[in-house]
Design a protein around this ligand. Sequence first.
Ligand code: SF4
Length: 343
Amino acid sequence: MSGPAPSSTASDALPRRGLGGLDDLLSAPKARLARRFVATGRAPDPAEFHRAGLTLSPTEQTAITRWLESGLATTVREQHRAQDGTIKLRLGLVDDREIETVAMPVGAVCVSSQVGCAVGCRFCASGMFGVERHLTADEILEQVVHARRLMPIDRVVFMGMGEPSHNLENVLTAVTRIRNEALISPRRQTLSTVGAVKVFERMKRSEFKPCLAVSLHLANDARRRELLPRAHGDTVQDIVAAADEYGRSMRTPVQFEWTLLRGVNDGDRDVDQLCELLQGVRGYVNFIVYNHVDGLPFEPPSRERIVTIVRQVKERGILATIRDSSGADANAACGQLRVRAIS
Ligand code: SF4
């Protein structure tokens, strides 16, 4: 690939697909500013280029307009709107694989980091077929672009398809680019992972650090390994201690996710083990009400039981919240739209 075309002569050759394609059309400073316009959901404004000391030639303006029509590396193949306003997208990639993205009316977008997932959590549709490949930083950032075309977005959660820690370098690059191009602070980005000590150590060395959510689901190692068969091998004690250290270095509490599954992790003993594990940790539990996936034998606990669990945890001095899976009527459980499309 040759370097960027001189600013006065935008190349007639087809640029690469994806936001990086703007580098094939424009000089580096112009491409940077153009990417920022795209990622913030605005049409490139020649006046703003001018204010930045950059002049767009008519040829370059035409090239950008053409690029905006079909330049992204991802395309929307299916869109479902739930009653609460949540919009779930099935996106096609250049190699014809598919991912999912969820735009939520609270101003957040849930992005995927891989096609499929290798962890294989028994309750999750995304893990049913293993992992096919990592997403590039461009493909992750473009999910924010698509969401912003639907609604205002100022928060990003890496909680969609895939395990972000398995694609950590691209995810951390995406965090930086979402900051620089989409203008969303890392403090408004949350990376959700099954966790590993070495992952948190790598995140601590990153220039721009996202907030952290750890998918616990069980506080007993043997039973957690059954439910999350291919998570990293660290013990839950080591994972929680390293996550706590990361959170303290960020001065941000860590979110511990617990997808509530009837008869699996909603018993008094499960709650006791969770509370013991989190004693003294600077964080809170986010209980996620399970959204049934066709073909999988899991159900959420009753509403009464959920309320009791939250009360039990709070009585032990641990903060707790409940999250209903957004957009249940839009097949919003992780990976469901894609599974339905390929089955
Ligand atoms: S819940 Fe997350 S980590 Fe587990 S299989 Fe699904 S996408 Fe992977």
